[in-house]
Design a binder for this molecule. Structure first.
Ligand code: FAD
Length: 518
């Protein structure tokens, strides 16, 4: 059951940049296609000091990837698409116009009080996932404080409609002639909508700066400066302040916190919504395993430690960007001025201008990981996704046709067995030895995916064992794989163990550890 106090999805204008990892998560639940067909993918960005280019942002992209590193789409579309997807799921009951107003924690669950226009009612649940936003009433009702820091700098966010042929990329101007002393960011959104964010100065008054005529004046100056002379229309304005705040724990009894309710992160580097989706993916399988009795409640504590560590890492990254984007002390202002003046001539300072865009987090120290031990006579891993990191995508061909590796993950654990090169008797033997791993899971959710260099034959695949051809032959390099290398991935696609050679017992122990059963 989902309680939502609003009566419809998507009010206001907030996030626009969706990271590749988020699209992979949305693809996992079968909804990414709508986001991609409506969104605008991009890989590049440019930073200017005044009118001079000083840095080019290039995000890694290759044909092993299904999605662009970033896709711009208005958050109101994202919410609408997800609400429509929920409406199609029999298992989800989405109650619009239902506001959570009371929480009574019980030893085995939570009693809830809910307000609607038709009156108040009581209900209960085994677990409450509070994803009720930055001002989280659930957090307030349980009197849980956020810890961290808030920044003094402010940005005015303006969405405008403007026809322009400029490509989709991130542009940042530091101290542009259109807004001296300020920083201006510009992003394209679908439907000829452009996001223009500009930094407000300390002496600027929020109310005065938000007046439409004042916003129009500042935006017009910027459009004139960059040579955009078309008609335009102001659609939305708001003022934004950066915060690096988080709960000490995301699990309180039977109440779990996710998204902005659990943590606030600065928008520079576009991580708020993106990390909320990673929270959802992390907690979803753990809740399912605990509710079905396949794992102890302790598994949910790993949700808190893994995702809180991810938040703290985001805070470290985003605070550096925020201090650069909204310097508030004399030292920070001097540092920024020095970096900007050196950047056009000296490459070594350019990384300081980089917006440190959202990247997937590796749960490196997680208790769910099986530590890597180099077995006697076998080479240690030098690269590839280490335990805690998400699986990398690859172009594959199965017997049903071409696709991408991550599309083949199911709702359970996945064993990836690498048998590069041509299919031989030795390969068949190795596969046969590991085929029994699928029986480790009585529900039959565990999948064995075998990556080979040869086109797969249908007879070798079954419902839970699939042979996939590594089309571009890059798996050995991307996964540092040799014949017989095995990766074990959790249902959220994060690696929890890998071996140069694994027995069914190794996989079974790795699986139990990842479910906190041992
Ligand atoms: C200007 C701006 C730009 C941003 N740009 C980006 C970006 O490019 N990329 C990015 O990743 N992030 C971005 N963010 C951050 C992103 O918008 C948030 O992190 C994201 O919306 C958080 O999602 P959430 O579901 O946790 O909370 P919300 O989106 O706030 O959703 C909370 C929901 O809970 C409901 N609710 C509240 N109280 C109750 C109650 N008592 N009972 C029932 N329901 C309730 C609300 O109605 C709402 O639907 C941006 C934010 C801003 C402000």
């Amino acid at each position: 059951m989902v309680l939502e106090k609003s009566t419809r999805a998507g009010e206001g204008s907030r996030a626009i940049c969706l990271a590749r990892r988020s699209l992979e998560i949305l693809d996992w639940i079968g909804v990414a296609e709508r986001f991609v067909s409506k969104g605008l993918g991009w890989t590049r960005g440019h930073a200017f000091h005044g009118a001079h280019p000083i840095h080019e942002l290039c995000m890694p992209h290759s044909d092993a990837e299904k999605f662009f590193p970033m896709t711009n789409l208005q958050q109101y579309y994202m919410e609408e698409f997800l609400a429509q997807h929920c409406a199609r799921q029999e298992a989800i009951e989405l109650r619009w116009g239902n506001e959570l107003v009371g929480i009574q924690p019980e030893p085995d669950g939570v009693q809830l009080r809910v307000a609607t226009t038709a009156g108040m009612y009581q209900t209960s649940c085994s677990w409450l996932l509070a994803a009720d936003g930055a001002r989280s009433p659930a957090r307030r009702l349980l009197q849980l404080p956020l810890c961290g820091s808030s920044f003094a700098g402010r940005y005015l966010i303006a969405d405008i409609r403007l026809r322009s042929s400029y490509p989709t990329e991130r542009r940042a101007w530091f101290d542009p002639p259109s807004n001296p002393g300020s920083t201006v960011l510009m992003h394209r959104q679908p439907e000829d909508i452009w996001r223009i964010d500009y930094q407000l100065q300390e002496h600027d008054d929020d109310r005065r700066e938000s007046e439409p005529h004042r916003v129009r004046e500042r935006v017009q100056r910027h459009l004139d400066f960059i040579g955009e002379h078309g008609e335009w229309e102001l659609l939305w304005t708001s003022i934004y302040r950066a915060h690096s705040l988080a709960l000490e724990s995301y699990v309180h009894g039977h109440v779990l916190f996710a998204g902005d309710a659990a943590h606030l992160v600065p928008i520079f580097g576009v991580r708020g919504l993106n990390s909320g989706l990673a929270d959802a993916q992390n907690v979803a399988w753990k809740l399912a395993w605990v509710l079905r009795g396949d794992a102890p409640e302790r598994l949910l504590h790993s949700y808190s430690s893994e995702r809180r560590n991810a938040t703290l890492d985001i805070h470290r990254q985003a605070e550096k960007s925020t201090r650069f984007m909204t310097p508030s002390s004399l030292g920070e202002r001097l540092m920024r001025a020095a970096v900007l003046s050196l950047a056009s001539r000296h490459e070594f300072v350019r990384p300081l201008i980089d917006p440190r865009q959202s990247v997937p987090y590796t749960y490196a120290g997680s208790e769910l990981n099986t530590p890597e031990e180099a077995a006697a006579g076998l080479e240690a891993f030098r690269s590839g996704p280490a335990p805690g990191a998400p699986l990398h995508n690859l172009r594959i061909r199965g017997h049903s046709g071409p696709g991408y590796l991550l599309e083949r993950l199911g709702t359970g654990f996945t064993v990836l067995l690498f048998l590069p090169g041509k299919w031989t008797g030795a390969h068949a033997e190795c596969l046969e030895q590991l085929r029994a791993v699928t029986r480790l899971d009585s529900r039959g959710e565990l999948r064995l995916l075998v990556l080979t260099g040869a086109p797969p034959a249908e007879r070798d695949s079954s419902e839970y064992v699939e042979l996939l051809q590594d089309v571009a032959g890059v798996a050995p390099q991307i996964y540092d794989a040799r014949p017989g290398t095995v990766y074990l991935a959790r249902p959220d696609g994060h690696v929890c163990a890998r071996w140069r050679a694994a027995t069914v017992r190794d996989v079974g122990v790795g699986l139990c550890r990842a479910c906190t059963v041992i």
